[in-house]
Design a protein around this ligand. Sequence first.
Ligand code: ADP
Length: 489
Amino acid sequence: MSLAPVKLRVPLGVQVGVVAALFVAALVVLWTTGALVVARERRRSEAKGLLDRAGDELAARGSGIIAREREFPDYPEEPSRAELDRELSAEATAALARHAGIEGGYLVLRYKSFLGTAALKGKPNDKAVEKAKKQSEPLTQGQGESRLPPLEADLIDIQVDAAIRKKQVLFSVEELEGERPVTVAIRTAPLVVDGRVVGASWVITRLVDPLFVDRSLQGYRWATGLALGGIVLSFALTAGLARTVRRQAVERDRLQTDLRRSERLAALGKLLAGVAHEVRNPLAGIRSTAQLWQRGFEVDADSLGGLVDEVDRLEEIVSSLLQFSRADAQDLAPGDLNAVLAEAARLAAGPAELKGVRVEVELDPDLPPVAMAPPALLQVFRNLTTNAIHAMSTGGTLRLTTRRHPSRQAALAIVADTGPGLTPEVIGHLFEPFFTTKSEGTGLGLAIAREIALAHSGDLGAANRTEGPGAVFTLTLPATQPGSNGEPR
Ligand code: ADP
């Protein structure tokens, strides 16, 4: 047994929402990361500026003291080293007191020792400077040698060594592993007196910015990766979305075609049923007359006349049906609706006069051209005017009007009468083939008229007059674009 693949159908709205949310999220992450990186770089350059100032001050205060030691090469080693350490520590503390968060000290080459380390003890301030000066005591003391900050000791050692070897001021930012990883900015500078390197100064600061503390670089990489992933994903989803929309459009077109086909088939079925019904009546009349003649009844003028009438009726039904079938097989070309309506008015004038109906025509000179097959449209107007004159059995007014649609994208032709108007029952079935309230009617006139209107990409509507009794039929046809080949807009 094979399992049918399960297709997950996500509604279009949800897809659009997900894509939009992903895109926005990715942009936000990228933007924030960018801002963080800028902040990081700013902090880095700030740290460099701070360390430069503190380092210069430290070097200025310390190099004199260290150089003095050089002048007495036989200076006894042990006690003087401790003294020198204290003295340098006091200088270093004084030098760094105004530089919050910075530690520093010296390496004295003569002793190959780190001396005069001023380590952070709380927040250094002016009071600390005073105290250090008074007591002349280093903030951190070793046994004749200063203790370096334990975490950074190796780094300081390496950087000081490098500065002495290269005889250059060095600056770098390093991440140090430990219980709590820290990011440290360090500056080391050789102390040169009379062209000879006598030692080095070092200053460090811990970058406590969360960006640095929280393994910032890695965080930054993650964030960027995430944002890029989000953007790639949203592009992929957008492509999927476009495919879905295209597929749905194709599907919709197919459904519409199917719908139109089935509507047409249903209409055709109804039409055929009507045809069968309509044709059967005259045929039955003809048959019964023929049977009477068969039985020896005399062929008189009356029964002969009746027979001819029935044949005429069959002929009328057949020619109407032909109009029906030709309704949408017409070639359309831009034309003047006014001219067709004027012709319809001219043709209606005779029958109208016989019934005492006045014909009024009002044509809009600014009517846009419409794509049309003039004979077919004339057929529409003839059906409408014939019905209108029929409805006004005791006289009235037949009014034919053309008007530009307010949107300027269509032309309207209106046929109004002052007859009894349309009952709700009639309005409901008006355009159905074979619907008629007349004993001699075929019920095909309005159905054909509407088919022709649809074949012109237009429409035909019916209503009652508002100013008094009477019916109004409105034909709407789309205007052609100037310079187009006649296809409606
Ligand atoms: P037929 O004219 O053969 O009856 P139509 O399709 O032209 O077929 O008309 C259908 C029906 O619509 C008519 O029988 C009539 O009842 C109604 N009708 C059409 N035009 C008018 C009108 N101007 N006023 C009142 N009723 C109308």
